[in-house]
Design a protein around this ligand. Structure first.
Ligand code: SF4
Length: 198
């Protein structure tokens, strides 16, 4: 699995305190994407078990984990194994993803992924992944359609809730989070484009 970066504790990517895994690789090329460094499918391969272990190690302090990117569904098989491993070890951890694919695209298997070529198989893969999710934010980022919808950077995107773990009121209005690490790295996550005219 190609991983761009990992944030151990964020409050801007879903309910409560969450780890965030940014996968590496996305071919959707949304105009105005503010994370273009995640687009190339490059970097060191990690096994899904390795990725899951990183989350599991810090899980006792967390409400959940969110997978973002990059495009998590373009590494769908690895994502599924990662989710299965996390759920088996820490069933109480909430799990969410961002995907640039829309609900109809995912349901029909109309998405690209590195591991599966067959559309029927891809549709089944999404069904399996969905069974491990508490929520997902779905759809392309469309430049020039900002709003104040929780977790969504353009108003066409949909927040889908798949379990009883969360309700709509658990999702906070958009916010920006800035983390300054001891090595001087400044990491910005959340929705820094809100309020900036397109
Ligand atoms: S799906 Fe996400 S990461 Fe990919 S281009 Fe669109 S906004 Fe960027």
């Amino acid at each position: 699995m190609l991983i761009h970066s990992f944030v151990p504790d964020s409050r801007a990517n879903g309910p409560g305190l969450r780890a965030v895994v940014y996968v590496q690789g996305c071919s959707l090329n949304c105009r105005g994407c503010w994370n273009p460094g995640t687009h190339a499918f490059v970097g060191k391969e990690r096994s899904p078990e390795q990725v899951a272990r990183t989350i599991i190690a810090g899980a006792s302090a967390l409400d959940g984990v969110t997978f973002s990117g990059g495009e998590p569904m373009q590494q769908a098989h690895d994502l599924l194994v990662t989710l299965q491993t996390i759920r088996a070890a820490v069933p109480d951890l909430g799990i969410g993803i961002y995907s640039g694919y829309s609900p109809p695209e995912l349901a029909a298997g109309r998405f690209q992924t590195r591991q599966f070529a067959d559309q029927t198989e891809r549709a089944r893969l999404w069904q399996e992944i969905q069974s491990y999710l508490d929520f997902a934010v779905l759809g392309r980022y469309v430049e020039g359609r900002p709003g104040d919808l929780p977790l969504r950077s353009s108003t066409n995107q949909e927040l889908r809730i798949f379990s009883s773990r969360y309700s709509a009121t658990d999702f906070a209005p958009l916010e920006i989070e800035v983390q300054i690490w001891s090595d001087g790295l400044v990491q910005i996550t959340g929705f820094p484009l809100l309020g900036i005219p397109a």
